[in-house]
Design a protein around this ligand. Structure first.
Ligand SMILES: *Cc1c(COP(=O)(O)O)cnc(C)c1O
Length: 416
């Protein structure tokens, strides 16, 4: 081990190989030892239109000629102004204010602080956050606090703040979720409910209905509890529509966007808020302003990349590509589900997922890493969540690459 690099979510002690990647294009990444790898998880859910999309790359190059970075407290620049205006235009009213940060986790931190600030500044003592079982909202202390507890955060558990957790709305058990949410809201100390709309990503690609999402929104509204939609993974077409919330015809009070915001090219996030939340921080009194910033807030180059992403959405047939990909994914899922040890086939838009049953119990935890290694060996980038194998490719993936991904899953599962 000669590299000083400490990798995320990686056990260096196992000595697993770490491929060196030199370049990428479309749905493929290329390694220093000459391999072409199909990126079947969009480099962990960020790459939407494909790697190194020419329009995004050229927007980045152009912006580097003009303005690299600027303090954003009390200063502004065109890429951020244009981006904010366009985000307000393409998202439903009343999401009218745009707060910038630089990752999905920070967009969630900002959302939580906005909700707490809203009640604090109005003199209402509400501080409880309601969360859904199996959720994931990022790896910062706040993000972990509102996410599922487990091996990923047990070392930090004593520092995580208490939340109210309601059960996941599994099919047939939706009423229990709605009742629990209603009870939690009725206690009177809840500031906000934070939720991943329609599909819980890191929790295992768990899908629930748009109807329940709509009902949860209604319950929160009736109790004056703010509704935070964490669309860090679900936005930008992943679920078949620009926003997952659109499928339930709802608008959250606060919306978190990140991963696909720049098409997956540069780190950037926004937290969008309704006028009521902005108004609670609006005053001539400086102690009521929103106290959050990070050094690279609204970095101009990242904003330029996001503006190019929005041009692609306006000028290219993105939704058609998504619908075409969704159809091909459905066909692949049908093939996968015929396999005797594959269960729970599920799909939402461009995402498909299955669970692989293992024969021996103790095996289960080792299944994910074993599958991952075998896929990499077959030149496919897949990273199962435990025994859940999912495919979430960039929208530009062609028919033969996608078929190769589906084939590889069947071949790997065949050997179990
Ligand atoms: C990935 C993710 C986050 C965290 O985003 P980062 O950019 O990795 O900090 C938050 N919420 C959801 C739903 C995510 O999928």
């Amino acid at each position: 081990m000669t590299s000083p690099v400490w990798h995320p979510f990686h056990q260096h002690g196992l000595g697993e190989p770490i491929p060196l990647v030199t370049h990428a294009e479309g749905a493929a990444i290329y390694t220093a030892d000459g391999r072409r790898i199909i990126d079947a998880i969009s480099s962990w859910w960020v790459t939407t239109h494909g790697h190194c999309h020419p329009r995004i790359m050229s927007a980045i190059r152009e912006q580097t000629e003009r303005l690299d970075q600027l303090i954003f407290a009390g200063w502004t620049h065109e890429p951020a102004e244009n981006l904010a205006a366009e985000l307000v235009r393409i998202t439903p009213r009343p999401l009218e204010y745009v707060f910038f940060s630089d990752s999905g986790s920070t967009s969630v931190e900002v959302a939580l602080k906005m909700a707490l600030g809203y009640f604090h500044n109005r003199g209402e003592p509400r501080h409880r956050i309601i969360v859904l079982e199996h959720s994931y909202h990022g790896d910062t202390i706040g993000g972990m606090s509102v996410g599922a507890r487990g091996v990923f955060n047990s070392a930090y558990a004593p520092l995580l703040f208490d939340v109210e957790t309601i059960p996941f709305p599994s099919e047939g058990a939706e009423q229990a979720t709605l009742d629990a949410l209603d009870r939690a809201c009725a206690k009177g100390d809840a500031a906000a409910f934070i939720v991943e709309p329609l599909i819980l990503g890191a929790g295992g690609m768990l899908i629930y209905s748009a109807k329940v999402l709509g009902q949860m929104r209604t319950i929160c509204e009736s109790h004056g509890v703010l509704f935070i939609a964490d669309e860090v993974m679900t936005a930008w077409g992943r679920t078949g529509s620009l926003l997952a919330c659109a499928q339930a015809n709802i608008v959250p009070d606060i919306l978190c966007l990140s991963k696909g915001l720049t098409g997956g090219s540069l780190p950037l996030a926004v937290t969008m808020a309704s006028p009521a939340i902005f108004a609670a921080h609006y005053s001539t009194d400086r102690t009521l302003q929103f106290f959050h910033s990070s050094s690279y807030t609204a970095n101009p180059i990242a904003c330029a990349a996001a503006n190019a992403n929005l041009v692609i959405w306006r000028e290219e047939p993105v939704l058609e590509r998504i619908s075409e990909l969704s159809k091909r994914q459905a066909a692949g899922l049908e093939r996968l589900s015929a396999h005797p040890i594959i269960i729970n086939p599920r799909q939402l838009g461009t995402i498909i997922a299955v669970d692989v049953t293992a024969r021996e119990d103790g095996y289960l935890s080792e299944l994910g890493p074993r599958l991952k290694a075998t896929f990499t060996y077959k030149d496919i980038l897949l990273r199962p969540l435990g025994n859940t194998v999912y495919v979430m490719p960039p929208y530009c993936i062609d028919e033969s690459d996608l078929a190769q991904v589906h084939d590889a899953i069947i071949a790997v599962v065949d050997k179990l």
